[in-house]
Design a protein around this ligand. Structure first.
Ligand code: ADP
Ligand code: ADP
Ligand code: SF4
Length: 601
């Protein structure tokens, strides 16, 4: 076995502990050799993997959970592609770019997806595990001899592959890029197709806007457009769905196929919305391992079986169990029986509301919500979802109709994770501010919210240092920890991996049931939305002009209504039960449309 020891520099704080890891190490105690000691600058522990016996005592002793030690089979070592540094993350294998196929990548956050993209796009030269080495390209190419990656790296080394990457965190662009959308796209356009791309992604109305004025969804589409108009040989899309509604997600997927000639160009996409990943890719590679410690890229699988294997947690070609339990998205479509004895938390009649300034008109069907209930909100952007919530909370007055039972306090998690929602510097301070009891280890909220989301391990960390997924979990926790009658969470899935999405969904349900309050979840990952909500309210109409909000209805009825509006049909995968989008015009698409069953008949 080969030992991989990782010391997380963000978590290791030798000046705040008693160096238990070093003092209790049995190898150190023999005084002949040291398996673990402080780095020369005293800032973190260093573990010598060849001396360490892998007993795991330091892992248990570290008060900050900074150390991970795993033993991996020897034969894996020949597959090391990169190691960031001593006691840092190690990547084995790479996803294989193939002409004629769009390669999807699934895996946990911190498992090496972005690292793989950086290597394949030439941003990061792999060191094959030889920390600190600047290897000659010839050596790297030799390492991949006899594989499809040999040709790819040979071309990359000779500048015969021009790569372009759609980065993951769209927020970064606001800080780095100045100017107006239209001008920037024109400047980026090397193929003379900016107009077609603008039409396909429906971003004409933002061409005159400054980058700083764009919403998250508009930024996302701008970035996808800016990548599509580049004349490149390899296109990489690192999460292209955050902040987009269902229609926009599928549009991005279609645009990638339409504007990139897959037979001549390499295309890779990282995506956690499994319905979209399924729709967009031909094959998938699964990255498994231990987040932050090591990642192993699987062989390519066909998209349907690959996603099913991922959910099952077992990879047959590798004969490898990647998770103890399978992931089951409980797809409940039946009508929930309302508790008769309980009073509603919210009750409203038919309502009409018009904004005089913009002329936007919203029609709402009467409805009610009960304690412990999670209502899903689905529909496009700009259709009146926020207006609806403001009416329920009494911030706005209806023109016609009334809110019969209204809520006094609303706790809101906005879609975009701007620094504004975290007034304090550290994770702990923000949680304490939301509710002082949150950090009491004996409280149920600590057990059900903080621990379940893994925030207990990062209490001392600075908000500014968190990754997108960590920020999202903190934002959800802050919103759910507050005292309120109604919890409104706008796109809690953004930047979370599949497993985290499921965890967040379970946490939301548990907290709302326990608090006997109501949650409304705006969410465009339909698998997740179906999983988390008891009923859904569907918004439809013409964004920015006229919106309609349905009464709360069963998932089946609601999803059917939404998909009918979008002209998309979805079938059920017989093996996993998960939803799959039908190809437009296919036999099933036509059949489902003819019987009016748009969602998993
Ligand atoms: P993913 O894209 O799957 O979320 P990444 O490829 O970004 O994962 O990162 C994999 C691991 O490598 C993470 O644990 C991350 O902390 C670590 N890592 C990423 N970049 C660096 C770096 N420049 N130096 C050291 N570690 C890094
Ligand atoms: P959503 O939350 O679904 O994105 P909103 O309820 O925020 O939609 O907005 C619906 C429409 O109403 C948008 O076109 C928006 O520009 C318009 N709108 C929102 N607030 C106001 C306001 N205070 N005055 C005028 N128009 C508004
Ligand atoms: Fe020492 Fe055991 Fe930690 Fe290795 S795993 S550094 S032997 S305490």
């Amino acid at each position: 076995m080969v030992r991989v020891a990782v010391v997380d520099r963000e978590y290791c704080k030798p000046n705040k502990c008693n160096l238990e890891c070093i003092r209790f190490c049995p190898v150190n105690k023999t005084k002949r050799k040291k398996a673990i000691e402080l780095s020369p600058d005293g800032k973190h522990a260093v573990i010598y993997e060849d001396i360490c016996i892998g007993c795991g005592i330091c892992v248990k002793k570290c008060p900050f959970n900074a150390i991970s030690i795993v033993n991996l089979p020897d034969e894996l070592e020949k597959n090391v592609v990169h190691r960031y540094g001593e006691n840092m993350f190690k990547l084995y294998n790479l996803p294989i770019p193939r002409l004629g196929n769009i390669m999807g990548i699934i895996g946990r956050n911190g498992s090496g997806k972005t690292t793989s993209i950086k290597i394949l796009s030439g941003l990061l030269k792999p060191n094959l595990g030889q920390v600190g080495a600047d290897l000659e390209w010839d050596n790297i190419i030799k390492r991949f001899r006899g594989t499809e990656l040999q040709t790819y790296f040979a071309k990359l080394a000779n500048n015969k592959i021009r790569p372009v990457v759609k980065i993951q965190y769209v927020e970064l662009v606001k800080r780095r890029l100045k100017g107006r959308v239209g001008e920037l796209l024109k400047k980026a356009d090397e193929r003379g197709i900016d107009r077609e791309v603008v039409d396909k992604l429906a971003i004409k109305h933002v061409l005159d806007r400054k980058i700083s004025e764009l919403s998250g969804g508009e930024l996302q589409k701008f970035l996808v457009a800016a990548v599509l108009v580049k004349e490149a040989d390899a296109y990489f899309f690192d999460e292209s769905c955050s902040y987009l509604d269902v229609k926009e997600r599928l549009r991005v997927a279609q645009a990638i196929r339409e504007f990139i000639d897959v037979s001549k160009k390499y295309v890779m996409v990282v995506e956690h919305d499994l319905m979209v990943l399924d729709y967009i890719s031909d094959q998938v590679s699964i990255i498994y391992g231990e987040p932050g410690v090591y990642g192993i890229v699987s062989k390519p699988y066909g998209v349907r079986t690959g996603i099913n294997h991922y959910l099952e947690g077992y990879l047959p070609a590798e004969n490898m169990r990647i998770r103890r339990e399978p992931i089951h998205f409980r797809i409940q479509v039946d009508i929930r029986v309302k508790p008769e004895s309980e009073y509603p938390i919210l009750k409203w009649t038919n309502i009409v509301k018009t904004y005089r300034t913009s002329g936007f008109k919203l029609f709402i069907e009467a409805g009610e919500a009960y304690p412990g209930e999670v209502l899903g909100i689905i529909g496009p952007n700009g259709i009146g979802k926020t207006t609806f919530i403001k009416l329920l909370g009494g911030v706005l007055e209806p023109d016609e109709g009334e809110v019969l039972v209204s809520v006094e306090t609303i706790s809101f998690k906005p879609q975009e994770l701007s620094p504004k929602i975290f007034p304090e510097e550290t994770v702990a301070a923000n949680l304490r501010r939301a509710s002082p009891n949150t950090l009491n280890p004996a409280s149920w909220i600590y057990a059900e919210l903080i621990r379940k989301l893994g925030l207990n391990k990062m209490l001392d960390r600075y908000v500014a240092d968190l990754s997108g997924g960590e920020l999202q979990k903190l934002a959800v926790a802050v919103a759910l920890a507050k005292q309120a009658d109604l919890y409104l969470l706008d796109e809690p899935s953004a930047y979370l991996d599949v497993e985290e999405r499921l965890t967040v969904a379970k946490v939301i349900r548990r907290i709302i049931e326990e608090k006997r309050k109501t949650a409304m979840i705006v969410e465009h990952d339909l698998m997740l939305q179906n999983y988390v909500s008891d009923e859904v309210i569907v918004f439809y109409g013409k964004p920015g002009i006229e919106g309609y909000a349905s009464k709360p209805m069963s998932n089946r009825e609601g999803f059917n209504k939404l998909l009918k509006e979008l002209g998309i049909t979805v079938r059920r995968d017989p093996q996993s039960g998960r939803p799959r989008v039908n190809k437009p015009g296919s036999y099933l698409d036509r059949q489902q449309k003819s019987i009016g069953q748009y969602y998993m008949p």
